[in-house]
Design a protein around this ligand. Structure first.
Ligand SMILES: [Zn+2]
Length: 65
């Protein structure tokens, strides 16, 4: 049996749009999570620089209201 196109664990996103400066970064840091009633929700990313400003760290279970 062969697994076509599968080469090990799928990496996290390698490129994402920074929610702050709206530029593509190749080192995205997850900074926000959007919860959804009908799905797994979505993760928002920022470039490393803005991730610091936005305060990367809160996890889905540690949302600050
Ligand atoms: Zn940025």
């Amino acid at each position: 049996m062969t697994r076509e196109g599968i080469a090990g664990p799928e990496p996290a996103v390698s490129v994402a749009l920074c929610i702050k400066c709206h530029k593509l970064t190749d080192a995205p840091v997850a900074v926000r999570w959007i919860e959804s009633d009908s799905g797994p929700g979505a993760t928002l990313y920022a470039c490393p620089e803005h991730a610091v400003q936005l305060g990367a760290g809160p996890t889905p279970g540690d949302v600050i209201r």
